[in-house]
Ligand binder design. Structure first.
Ligand code: FAD
Length: 627
């Protein structure tokens, strides 16, 4: 079992009322007394535990409020030493103080009350067990294919595991984490499915906030020697107009800026750097399952490059197997949403209208992105709403790009865009979002996209992953021994709260901005989109505030909400000035309600308390085990 069972507790001093449960003692069936028998209740409760007696007493009390209350019963019970005798005493006293008809009524009503209570208790008990069995079976069904017992037919190495940490996956999160924990002196075993340089269209623009985290982790040299490009801000295009939004970098060292690159080159550099540490072992292999023993994850089973099935043990297993994670199902509730897909092209022999800037085109039906990935190449990502994209094989996608997308591309890039389509190297990737919903599990942790995803429109994924690694590193720092899995698991619950302000701001911004930037036939949504473009074009705090959020330089949840609703109010103000008409008032009201409908569900999924008031969450203050 991964989650601890919490069985109903019955007092050890009493017999259990349910056959088949521990403590149940069969005996002669109690003879039912006449309903008028004043000792009926007392008699009937002989086979109940003190807990049950108290429950019955409490429920019966409203009927007898004149002479006996539940509180008085508890006091009485305490005085006499507990158990059914006290309950009997309470009933006896009550009956002594009543006339005979009330006495009969009381006993009859009590009889039904007790009967009903017993029946409902038994019913709830049976229902609870049926439901528990069902949910456990469902969970087991999910877990069985990714979790297995660690004791199944293999002899464990003597003297405990040789690693402190096993990391599954050496992508952005896994490679950075391996180096970080290795540098902290941990013995780390990283298992990566494919150690050759990845060739992907994901994770190519690191926001300045992410770069700051890279510096904190001592990994900033991994963006050197890969022809990475400095990114200084964004340019926004809409209906032939454009505006430049610079990152607010004035207060930082001149080196601090965004970086864009080939994702595979960046990962290669981080893997190489991690592998230089003598206590980090990077191995090619595909992890097939997590190993579990008494609810604790003990390590992983994996297939080596040569096809051999082997196991690796450690007190802490960190799963970083990315957005398609097979292993997360046992460690979190994966509520994955796929609002759209990105179609990726590489443009050559052209120059961006704003060099060293990301470009966002507010196109129809949804945004198009351009940013440099080397000194000679520009990445283009075309968002296609929905889970399905036109077929590449039969040329439908190329046709769609040429006829629907190309006319919306800035003229400077048009020729190169058509040439890239003709070249044929078209890649696609689903855009997933998934709020973090972990099942805290002793011995295991999720990181990176396996744990939490957001729409990639704002390029926030790597920043969140690196920021999470900084939080985890700082939490683990004071711990020398990771072997007490239960205490460690409880302590690491603080990780989920401490990461929230940064992660949830970036996640919420990505989800909300994607919805605002998509075209819509709805007039209120059109107004919101227009208002957003114009608000950002105002300059000053109206552009630096939102850009500071997007860049990860100031990931403050309150600032996000304020700017979001400022855009909505700005939109309504424009509608109502100079002369409000009923129609405009109506559109304004729908704009506000639409804006709320966009952002509030995302915030709810992130967790309002953790996002805005993390200090009120008890886990926030967890001290390291042993302190
Ligand atoms: C289209 C798109 C564009 C994006 N653009 C950006 C961007 O510009 N900026 C940004 O910050 N973020 C971006 N993101 C998000 C970013 O790519 C992710 O947040 C980031 O890559 C997450 O890193 P990760 O280590 O969790 O996953 P990955 O980098 O995907 O690494 C997972 C690793 O696990 C390995 N693995 C998987 N299964 C196993 C197994 N069973 N056994 C062993 N190894 C395994 C894989 O081979 C892989 O190396 C984008 C995402 C998408 C979809």
């Amino acid at each position: 079992m991964l989650l601890p069972n919490r069985p109903l507790r019955f007092s050890s001093s009493s017999r259990h009322p349910i056959p088949g449960r521990p403590g149940f003692q069969p005996g002669p069936p109690p003879q039912l007394p006449a309903r008028s028998n004043p000792n009926f209740l007392a008699y009937k409760t002989h086979f109940l535990s003190p807990t049950f007696s108290l429950v019955l007493f409490r429920h019966a009390s409203p009927i007898r409020t004149r002479t006996s209350t539940a509180a008085a019963g508890v006091r009485e019970r305490n005085k006499r030493g507990g158990g059914t005798g006290i309950f009997t005493g309470g009933v006896e006293r009550e009956i002594e103080g009543s006339n005979s008809s009330k006495m009969m009524m009381g006993a009859m009503v009590d009889n039904y009350v007790v009967g009903t209570l017993l029946a409902s208790l038994l019913g709830s008990f049976v229902l609870f067990h049926i439901l528990r069995r069902k949910t456990t079976a469902e969970k087991d069904e999910i877990r069985n294919d990714c979790v297995r017992s660690s004791t199944n037919g293999e002899v464990r190495p003597e003297g405990g595991p040789e690693n402190d940490v096993v990391i599954v996956g050496a992508g952005v999160a896994g490679a950075a984490l391996a180096h970080t924990l290795g540098k902290e002196g941990r013995t780390v075993h990283v298992i990566e499915r494919d150690l050759t340089e990845p060739d992907r269209i994901v994770g190519e623009l690191l926001q300045p906030g992410g770069y700051l985290k890279l510096i904190e982790l001592g990994l900033e040299d991994c963006v050197e020697e890969i022809d990475a490009q400095r990114v200084l801000g964004y340019a926004l295009f809409k209906d032939g107009r454009n505006t430049k939004l610079s990152y607010p970098l004035e207060k930082f060292h001149s080196d601090v800026a965004g970086r864009s690159f080939h994702n595979g080159r960046f990962i290669r550099r981080m893997r190489e750097k991690a592998a230089t540490l003598p206590n980090v072992r990077l191995e090619q292999g595909t992890v097939t399952s997590l190993l579990e023993e008494n609810g604790i994850i003990k390590g992983v089973q994996y297939k080596t490059k040569s096809g051999e099935e082997v196991r690796s043990y450690a007190p802490l297993t960190i799963v970083c197997d990315g957005c398609f994670s097979n292993l997360r199902r046992s460690l979190c509730k994966p509520m994955v949403d796929v609002p759209s897909c990105f179609v990726g092209l590489v443009l050559e022999n052209c120059k961006l209208p704003y060099p060293n800037h990301g470009h966002v085109i507010l196109a129809d039906p949804s945004p198009i992105l351009f940013y440099p990935i080397s000194s000679t190449e520009i990445r283009c990502l075309v968002d296609v709403p929905g889970k399905k994209i036109p077929s590449i094989a039969n040329g439908e996608l190329a046709n769609y790009l040429k006829t629907s997308v190309a006319p919306q591309v800035p003229p400077e890039l048009h020729k190169a865009f058509l040439a890239a389509i003709d070249k044929g190297n078209i890649r696609t990737m689903p855009n997933r979002s998934m709020p973090a919903a972990p099942y805290p599990t002793p011995g295991a942790l999720l990181m990176g996209d396996a744990f939490n995803m957001r729409h990639p429109l704002t390029g926030g994924g790597m920043t969140v992953a690196l920021s999470d690694i900084v939080v985890l590193r700082d939490l683990l720092k004071p711990l020398r021994d990771l072997n007490d899995s239960a205490s460690l698991c409880k302590y690491l619950e603080s990780f989920y709260t401490l990461r929230k302000p940064v992660a949830s701001t970036i996640n919420t911004l990505a989800g909300a901005l994607y919805k605002v930037f998509c075209a819509s036939p709805d007039q209120a949504r059109k107004e919101m989109r227009e208002a957003c473009f114009d608000y950002l074009s105002l300059g000053g705090v109206c552009s630096t505030g939102p850009v500071a959020l997007l860049s990860g330089l100031n990931p403050c949840p309150l600032s996000l909400v304020l700017h979001f609703f400022a855009v909505a109010i700005y939109g309504v103000g424009r509608l109502l000035l100079p002369f409000p008409s009923p129609k405009r008032l109506w559109i304004g009201a729908r704009l506000i309600s639409g804006a709320s409908g966009i952002i509030l569900p995302i915030i709810k999924a992130e967790g309002v308390r953790q996002m805005f008031f993390p200090a009120t969450v008890p886990a926030y203050y967890r001290a390291p085990p042993g302190e």
